[in-house]
Write a protein of this length. Structure first.
Length: 485
């Protein structure tokens, strides 16, 4: 640290050899305003690991760059923060009691969310007879195309909607969060159904109806997940899941299939409407003053679209490329979906570890190395979990050959892209994650359309490139203290 003088606790420059004593200022000298500010903020500045922490405090106090230039003679808050950081010796007092960690969450709850993400896939098992018999398009039954289009629209819309609702919850305004969900979820369902109809036309009314039901489910599930009602959502999906498991080994009537599908959809929709209903209270806190911008949710929506497209390519790349006529890669999509539970928990573990590193590190370099080790451990653990889930799904999925090395590598790289994308979101760099994932999805689309190479080699190259770019962006942000707050 250039210009810094590191003193042990209780020591001063007068008691250490080799450090010249500072001469007292003459009585007629004007007091230095930066020294006065350093004295006033001494406790906070002394415990700062990086000047960015001090700059954040100055900005939160309402100091503008013009005020800083006029009073302190430096160009902006960052320059003033560096001056304060240089003038105050580092001190890291131990807390009086246990340190509060806001990132402590239970593993079971995160695993439950992963299961809830995966269970709706059993709805396609029950609905398969209703979608059969259509001519193929792009190697897929034409009836499945509106489902894929509607799913992409739903993932895009509901990712942005969830961010807006979470923004209101972050401001403490639960009523506004409910209102945004109550208005946004039906709009998203209508949009998904409209896109499915535009893709299928009037030739596949059953597929359009199924896609409309899928869109309604996605909107209702978004409400329940945002409001923390995972257990209620799981309970409504269990009868449908049980019916689908039975249907995989025994023939069940179409009427029973339809009853299970409609019953689950009705139960989920009813629960969501009850959860999002207005409570009639008016909020007077920060949410009444700060209205989250709609444009702030756009990068999250784009990330939902691009990540959904990449997952679909992982599941259907062989079929879209015309190299096979069966969904041999479907277990990959199942494994990725289930892995979102461990991914969420490990993301929390990383954030918790970064706070521990922030308290224990004495220099920015030490903090960067500590968080780097934590990041490596969490990412490695996630990839191990994804590998195990892939092996399990491939073993249990009927009529599925074993996954080859190239396919497994492409899948693990995609898992890396998804997990590091979530990490970038938590760093506040969602725009970068969305841009990288959208570029990867576009590149894979163009490569498949032009038959540039085998689908697995395309996925390996595209996912590997995206993972490297996101890793570089994370390394640039890893030592920025304010990204971990």
């Amino acid at each position: 640290m250039t210009g810094s003088i590191w003193l042990p606790p209780g020591a001063s420059s007068d008691t250490l050899p080799g450090i010249p004593k500072q001469r007292p200022s003459p009585s007629w000298a004007e007091p230095d305003p930066i020294d006065e500010l350093a004295e006033r903020l001494d406790e906070f500045v002394a415990a700062a690991v990086h000047p960015d922490e001090i700059a954040a405090l100055l900005e939160s106090d309402g100091m503008s760059d013009d005020q800083i230039r006029e009073r302190y003679g430096v160009k902006n808050s960052f320059a003033l923060a560096e001056e304060l950081y240089e003038r105050v010796a580092r001190r890291f007092p131990e807390p009086d009691g246990p340190v509060h960690d806001p990132w402590q969450v239970g593993l079971l709850g995160c695993l439950l969310r992963g299961v809830v993400f995966a269970l709706p896939g059993f709805g396609y098992v029950l609905g398969a007879p209703f979608l059969a018999g259509h001519p193929e398009s792009f190697g897929l039954p034409a009836g499945t195309l509106p489902l894929l289009a509607g799913a992409l629209v739903g993932w895009t819309w509901n990712q942005g909607l969830a961010h807006r609702a979470y923004s209101w919850l972050g401001l403490g305004d639960k009523s506004a969060a409910r209102r945004s969900l109550l208005v946004g979820a039906p709009l998203g369902a209508l949009l998904g159904a409209a896109v499915a109809l535009a893709v299928a036309g009037t030739a596949h009314p059953v597929a359009v109806a199924f896609a409309a039901g899928q869109s309604c489910y996605l909107g209702a599930a978004t409400i329940l997940l945002v409001m923390g009602r995972e257990r209620a959502l799981l309970a409504t999906l269990l009868p449908m899941t049980a019916g689908a498991v039975i249907a995989m080994v025994h023939v069940i009537p179409d009427a029973a299939r339809l009853a299970l599908l409609l019953g689950s959809l009705l139960a989920v929709t009813t629960l969501a409407l009850l959860e999002a209903r207005p409570d009639g209270t008016a909020f007077k806190g920060r949410g009444a003053v700060f209205n989250p911008r709609l444009s702030a949710s756009l990068p999250f929506a784009l990330f939902g679209f691009s990540s959904g497209a990449l997952v679909l390519y992982a599941a259907l790349g062989d079929i879209l490329a015309g190299t096979t006529h069966s969904a041999t890669a479907a277990p990959a999509a199942v494994a990725l979906t289930l892995s979102m539970g461990p991914a969420e928990w490990l993301l929390y573990r990383f954030r918790s570890g970064s706070l521990t590193g922030l308290r224990n590190s004495r220099t920015p370099k030490a903090f960067w190395l500590t968080t780097g080790r934590t990041l490596t451990l969490c990412l490695t653990t996630y990839l191990a979990a994804l590998s195990a889930l892939t092996a399990l799904a491939t073993t249990l999925w009927p009529h599925t050959p074993g996954i080859d090395g190239v396919s497994l590598a492409a899948l693990l790289l995609l898992g890396t892209v998804l997990w590091t994308g979530l990490l970038l979101q938590s760093f506040g760099a969602v725009l970068g994650a969305a841009a990288i994932c959208c570029t990867a999805a576009l590149a894979q689309t163009l490569a498949l359309l032009t038959h540039a190479a085998g689908p697995h080699w395309i996925a390996l190259f595209v996912n590997g490139t995206a993972a490297l770019v996101q890793a570089a962006l994370i390394c640039a942000l890893l030592g920025r203290v304010t990204a971990h707050r």
